[in-house]
Design a protein around this ligand. Structure first.
Ligand SMILES: C[S@@+](CC[C@H](N)C(=O)[O-])C[C@H]1O[C@@H](n2cnc3c(N)ncnc32)[C@H](O)[C@@H]1O
Length: 245
């Protein structure tokens, strides 16, 4: 069944799947370390904005790693935030964390954050180019000078079938335009329109939002960097990124 983005993330068993995983992946820890390097020290990271926090998995991981004074975590789904609030209380990080139900494209604030995160491919579920652009612009706006953004997106290159699908679509980019990376995704029998990035388009999107020091790695490249064998044809091959204001 095909449904809209917000509708999908309000569904109980979709939330239950998200809530099963409580860990941070190695590539997320790598991004945390990259951010730390850009700041010079963890002590410089006091205020953090998390987009697409879901049931709070990375809120806990980020709180543990950076030990910030304040986190504002938001998500498009009321039910995700309801579950997130319960988890935050259980993990005893509810006092430093404020949650908010809001579409990331509508989030506005003064430039108060040291770090902005858009992890676990929230942007995959933002199928319109103008909305992705708005989200990167918002992220830039709410960061302090020299603040850092980290994130992950789905990649057009991965398993053989997916890579071929997008290679063929790219041949017809004159027809598809900004929708060249769009493909249906979802789980538990539900289908939502998703967006898969090509590395050069992600670079352009970050650059157009005025970010500097942009670094992007596919999971394949990340594993080469840390000298671990990884078969991208079998696993995910997300793009991970870090950039600075
Ligand atoms: C794959 S889940 C990841 C959740 C969480 N970050 C994690 O890693 O467990 C993607 C999340 O993005 C949220 N989301 C999707 N589109 C969004 C949007 N436009 N604005 C804010 N949140 C959004 C969904 O509700 C969902 O919680």
């Amino acid at each position: 069944m095909q449904i809209e983005n917000k509708e999908f993330w309000e569904i109980g068993d979709v939330i239950e799947v998200q809530d099963r995983n409580k860990a941070a992946s190695n590539h997320e820890l790598f991004l945390f370390e990259k951010a730390k390097l850009l700041f010079g020290s963890i002590d410089a990271v006091n205020t953090i904005k998390i987009f697409g926090c879901g049931t709070g998995r990375e809120v806990n991981q980020i709180a543990n790693f950076f030990n910030p004074n304040k986190i504002i975590a938001s998500d498009i789904s009321n039910n995700m935030i309801e579950k997130c609030n319960k988890n935050l209380t259980e993990w005893k990080i509810n006092e430093i964390t404020e949650t908010k139900v809001i579409n990331a494209k509508d989030y506005k604030s003064d430039s108060i954050f040291d770090l902005v995160t858009i992890l676990n491919s929230m942007l995959t579920y933002v199928s319109e180019k103008k909305d992705r652009t708005q989200i990167f612009n918002n992220a830039y706006q709410i960061l302090k000078k020299n603040g850092v953004i980290i994130g992950t997106v789905h990649n057009q290159e991965g398993t053989f079938l997916k890579t071929m699908y997008f290679k063929i679509k790219n041949l017809f980019s004159f027809y598809y335009g900004d929708k060249v990376g769009n493909r249906m995704t979802g789980y538990n029998g539900y289908k939502v329109e998703g967006y898969y990035y090509a590395k050069k388009v992600l670079f352009q999107d970050l650059q157009n939002a005025s970010f500097k020091s942009i670094e992007i790695y596919s999971l394949d490249e990340y594993h080469q960097l840390i000298d671990i064998k990884y078969n991208r044809k079998k696993g995910y091959n997300n793009l991970i990124f870090v950039a600075q204001k």
